[in-house]
Design a binder for this molecule. Structure first.
Ligand code: AMP
Length: 599
């Protein structure tokens, strides 16, 4: 196909006419970063001028930056919660947004143990879909001929609930996969996947994964790219294959779909694809019965050019596992997004995970940046307006906390992400994702902070009272080497009566008590998604934490300022802890979780 040269792009030669338009859009947005941002802010403020929230701050119809910055406070979820609660309870007056709130997107960030509820409006999916539509045109610049095959992507929907007034509350991707924009997407030869929509939309996670894996195996030679949203999801898919390949091979041998796939629409569409294929059954059996699963992805899907998964931020812990299973296939991170707002994309996806930078697209919302000094935590007061910077004013190498204002009514809202400017595309800064604030432990989309860990320890320690035992010190470790990964908690105990030591059963119950204390995202990962394994407590010898301190001091820590790290990942420290373990204990059952919120 020849592409109209008048719309060919400085990013590189587009693969087709449609891509040329997308690349042109990116150029246009990133060349005019500041003016696009001024317009976005004016649109948001004009659209929401009559909302209760904005009226509180007496903007009097102003839509300019200076008035906005001088009058509107920077807030976190706690400040917005009373407004969000009223919407959830049925108040349909324009509280945060003049357009009706169509549903709540449930963030993996939690407040008081429950997922945060992010308001959204119907038109938002058009804006977010636009960002999705830019991903393949960029990838096509770097990886040719993706129209000659398919993508094997593991995508899932999750449980949804209703607020007291009947508004739907669900994770953002569940909302997307159920949206018209996803289901009625136009055919794009560069973006054809092996999973039928029926399989993605199946609410039963086993049936969904089974049928997606089966289709991926059926079309294994056509698969050119493989992915999941997060790296943890792809690792879980490999584990699923490990546990279910015999049944899958039997389905191929007989041409009959496993009887446990009972969802009628999935059964219908997958059965139509399945014919007896003894050769495939034999191949799967040969590959999977081998104890050595190194390079299994490239063995089964030999034409895969790259893995499309997020391995930045907390997901970096899965890189060694993915490298093992895929013989080091390249891993490309394409997009940076959240329930609150989709932010941007990686314009040079073909790079090492350590080099990944995302370009925030200025049309997605209004973005401000709080200079981040890792040594001090900034407290913002309503009286002294914070020194927030605009997208076009950021400096190379500096770190910032992201603050957003959205069409759906979030105004100067602190997302909690820390980003570092690594470069610019035209006038748009590019960011390395540094970390999410206050996250101590994360295995999948769970985010456990120090206070949550402390309170879980407090709750578990109650069970030790009858043994006259206290927890002297503790630390934790997110173990991503097991599949699924799990939390490991190291405890040093003070047993005051050696004849009444805590029993194995009691310590197992302590594991469960900790899990019961964690937030609903953690418990959902344990119960519904099977993305987090049972919590483990490792009891270490007395004196171990003193040795830990000695080690830190020998490496230059100040004895006066030394604090026990509440999470560790440095190998020598882990080796020290593990060499002092006297017993290990696991949660004997899954904690309680239902989609319903606790409050
Ligand atoms: P949620 O609100 O549950 O959708 O989670 C959104 C959060 O996930 C973001 O605010 C980030 O902290 C994290 N996240 C999203 N995309 C990426 C990415 N590409 N790299 C690292 N972290 C990400």
């Amino acid at each position: 196909m020849t592409v109209d040269s008048t719309i060919s792009s400085p990013l590189g030669p587009p693969a087709c006419e449609k891509d040329a338009k997308a690349l042109h859009f990116i150029e246009n947005m990133t060349r005019n970063t500041d003016s696009v941002q001024v317009n976005v802010l004016a649109e948001i403020l004009a659209q929401n001028a009559d909302t209760e929230y904005l009226r509180t701050f007496h903007l009097n119809g102003a839509t300019d930056r200076d008035t906005f910055k001088s009058k509107i406070p920077v807030v976190g979820y706690d400040e917005l919660h009373p407004y969000i609660k009223r919407i959830a309870d049925g108040d349909r007056s324009p509280i945060l947004s003049s357009k009706p709130i169509s549903e709540f997107l449930t963030s993996s960030g939690t407040s008081a143990g429950e997922r945060k509820l992010m308001p959204t409006i119907a038109e938002e999916w058009d804006r977010r879909q636009k960002l999705y539509s830019l991903l393949m045109p960029v990838m096509n610049l770097y990886v040719p001929n993706l129209n000659k095959g398919k993508g094997l992507y593991f995508y899932f929907i999750k449980a949804e609930t209703k607020t007291p007034s009947g508004l739907v509350a669900r994770p953002v991707l569940t909302s997307y996969y159920k949206s018209d924009q996803f289901r009625n997407r136009p055919y794009d030869p560069y973006n054809v996947n092996t999973s039928p929509d029926e399989a993605i939309l199946c609410p039963d996670s086993f049936q969904s994964m089974y049928s997606q894996m089966l289709c991926g195996l059926l079309m294994r030679e056509q698969v050119l790219r493989m992915g999941a949203v997060f790296a943890s999801g792809l690792v879980r898919a490999v584990r699923f294959l490990q546990l279910n390949w015999k049944q899958l091979a039997q389905d191929f041998a007989t041409g009959t779909l496993y009887s446990k796939i009972t969802d009628p629409s999935v059964r219908g569409v997958v059965s139509d694809m399945l014919k007896p294929n003894p050769e495939l059954a034999k191949f799967i059996t040969e590959q999977c019965s081998d104890e050595n699963w190194e390079g299994i992805i490239t063995r089964i899907w030999p034409n895969t050019k790259y893995l499309d998964v997020i391995v930045t931020g907390a997901m970096a812990q899965y890189i060694p596992t993915l490298d093992y299973y895929s013989n080091g296939l390249p891993k490309y991170c394409t997009m940076y997004a959240s329930s609150e707002c989709y932010f941007g994309l990686n314009l040079k996806p073909v790079c090492d995970p350590s080099q990944v930078s995302y370009t925030i697209m200025p049309n997605m919302g209004y973005f401000e940046f709080l200079p981040h000094d890792s040594t001090s935590s900034v407290t913002l007061s309503r009286d002294s307006p914070p020194p927030l910077l605009d997208l076009a004013d950021l400096e190379l190498g500096k770190e910032y906390e992201l603050v957003i204002s959205t069409y759906a009514g979030l105004c100067r809202y602190r997302v909690g992400d820390i980003l570092r400017v690594t470069g610019f595309h035209n006038s748009a800064p590019q960011f390395k994702f540094i970390r999410r604030k206050n996250v101590l432990l994360s295995i999948d989309s769970d985010k456990t902070d120090e206070a949550e860990l402390q309170s879980a320890i407090d709750n578990a320690s109650v069970l030790l009272r009858e043994f006259n035992t206290t927890i002297v010190e503790y630390t934790s470790y997110g173990d991503a080497k097991t599949i699924p990964g799990h939390y490991v908690i190291y405890w040093e105990l003070l047993v005051k009566d050696s004849k009444n030591q805590p029993t194995d059963a009691a310590l197992n119950q302590c594991c469960l008590a900790m899990e019961e204390s964690f937030n609903s995202v953690y418990r959902q990962g344990r119960v519904a998604d099977n993305s987090i394994g049972p919590l483990e407590i490792r009891i270490v010898k007395n004196g171990t934490f003193e040795e830990l301190m000695d080690y830190a001091i020998s490496r230059g820590a100040s004895i006066n300022q030394y604090k026990v790290p509440r999470c560790v990942s440095f190998t020598p420290i882990l080796e020290l802890l593990d060499s002092r373990v006297v017993s290990t204990h696991f949660s004997p059952a899954a904690p309680q979780w239902t989609p319903e919120r606790r409050r």
